[in-house]
Ligand binder design. Structure first.
Ligand SMILES: Nc1ncnc2c1ncn2[C@@H]1O[C@H](COP(=O)(O)OP(=O)(O)OP(=O)(O)O)[C@@H](O)[C@H]1O
Ligand SMILES: C[C@@](O)(CCO)CC(=O)[O-]
Ligand SMILES: [Mg+2]
Length: 384
């Protein structure tokens, strides 16, 4: 028996970083997924091990279940209905990861592996299994790869627990009930904390629920766009780490508290206005341009404030300058410092211009894709 869970990545249209400090932010899921399959061995296959296969990286990690149980005394007490943090056993999780000799170039994976061990043992306990992960999302690039990973892991593990009422015999993708989504989002948030340090919860919430969300201080308001929005996503391929960028903004806030409070307040107003514009009744054909120009102006203002926070990067500035040549507006998305930039593609923009701007961005070594905004959140599919 096995189950596959898939969880989407996200883009933040406005409010990243500010949201960690209490500002409103607006995010949307995108149609790129991380998938997690969990397979419980038959009696013949059972070697008493828990295995994690990261397919895209061709890496496999394996621990004997009895060894994990000995190390993680804290998760022995966990209740799958109550998401909890590994406070007292973080160093034991660290030791379980260190014994796996992760290649130095992939060192960022250590926190993801810790999150996996914590979520698995708290939700599933001490059963041998093979968990395989594959992803369409570039890792560490601002599209919420860490959140999609934590949401897909939590969904797969909870699918085989008493906490969910899914139909194991049903073919095809199925969705969770509201209370189940809340629980799995809670576990994914615990995973994100292990990876990020101090996440706001917006990324895991966007991945869990899908579509568009307004998010402030842990509170979610789902909404839909009155018009389809199309974004060009440019991956600068400059690697960065969300934890370090979030910590950098907090340091700047300590140094310049009053000034940063004003920046966060401006971010809050921009996100609130943006969500009002996007969800307002669809404009007629003449007003579409005006509607898109308002979104562009708010994106540009938000980008200016992200520069103020110190999270832009030379590669991001190159994307901004390049798209501006075509009268297009862009902003960084996610934690910044490299990673991905989004550019609104107006409805009336010709394909010739889209092709030209993509060609110019790709000639700088960047990678481009066009994404529709919104789409389904987490789903699971059983195989008997
Ligand atoms: N498919 C995956 N397999 C294993 N670990 C993953 C996977 N995807 C993400 N991770 C973990 O998440 C980390 C990247 O998270 P990080 O938050 O820095 O980037 P991001 O989530 O892509 O961007 P952002 O948070 O700005 O949206 C990786 O170093 C790894 O620990
Ligand atoms: C930078 C940040 O605001 C968004 C990362 O996608 C961090 C967070 O909210 O957890
Ligand atoms: Mg992340």
């Amino acid at each position: 028996m096995e189950v596959t869970a898939r969880a989407p990545g996200k883009i933040i249209l406005s409010g990243e970083h500010g949201v960690v400090h209490g500002s409103t932010a607006v995010a949307s899921s995108i149609g790129l997924y991380t998938s997690v399959t969990i397979h419980f061995p038959s009696q013949n296959e059972n070697d008493g091990n828990l295995k994690l296969r990261l397919r895209d990286l061709s890496l496999e990690f394996s621990w004997s279940i009895s060894h994990i149980q000995e190390c993680l005394k804290e998760s022995n007490k966990a209740d799958c209905l109550k998401p909890s943090a590994p406070a007292a056993c973080l160093s034991n999780l660290q030791a379980l990861v260190e014994e796996q000799h992760i290649p130095e170039a992939k060192f960022g994976l250590a926190s993801g592996i810790k999150a996996f061990l914590w979520l698995y043992t708290c939700i599933q306990g001490y059963k041998p299994a093979t968990v395989s992960v594959s992803s369409e999302l570039p890792m560490s690039s601002g599209l919420g790869s860490s959140a999609a990973y934590c949401v897909a892991l939590s969904a797969a593990f909870l699918s085989f627990s008493s906490a969910t009422k899914l139909d194991v015999g049903k073919q095809g993708w199925q969705e969770f009930e509201d209370d189940e989504l809340k629980l799995l989002n809670g576990w994914a948030f615990e995973g994100e904390k292990i990876i990020h340090g101090k996440p706001s919860g917006i990324d895991n919430t966007a991945s869990t629920y899908g579509n568009m969300i307004k998010f402030k201080s842990g509170n979610l308001t789902p909404f839909t766009s009155s018009l389809p929005l199309r974004m060009l996503i440019t991956n600068t391929k400059v690697g960065r780490n969300t934890k370090a960028l979030v910590a950098g903004v907090s340091e700047r806030t300590k140094r310049h508290y009053e000034a940063m409070a004003c920046v966060f307040s401006a971010v809050d107003s921009i996100s609130t206005e943006l969500s009002e514009i996007i969800k307002a009744p669809a404009p007629n054909d003449i007003a579409i341009t005006e509607f898109e120009e308002k979104i562009e102006e708010l994106m540009e203002m938000n980008q200016g404030l992200l520069q103020c926070m110190g999270v832009s990067h030379a590669s991001i500035e190159t994307v901004l300058r390049t798209t501006l040549k075509y009268k297009l507006t862009s902003k960084l998305t996610g934690a910044g410092g490299g990673g991905c930039v989004i550019t609104l593609l107006p409805t009336l923009l010709s394909q010739t211009v889209v092709d030209k701007v993509i060609a110019e961005l790709e000639s700088c070594g960047f990678q481009c894709m066009v994404a529709g905004v919104g789409g389904k959140g987490v789903q699971v599919s059983f195989k008997t």
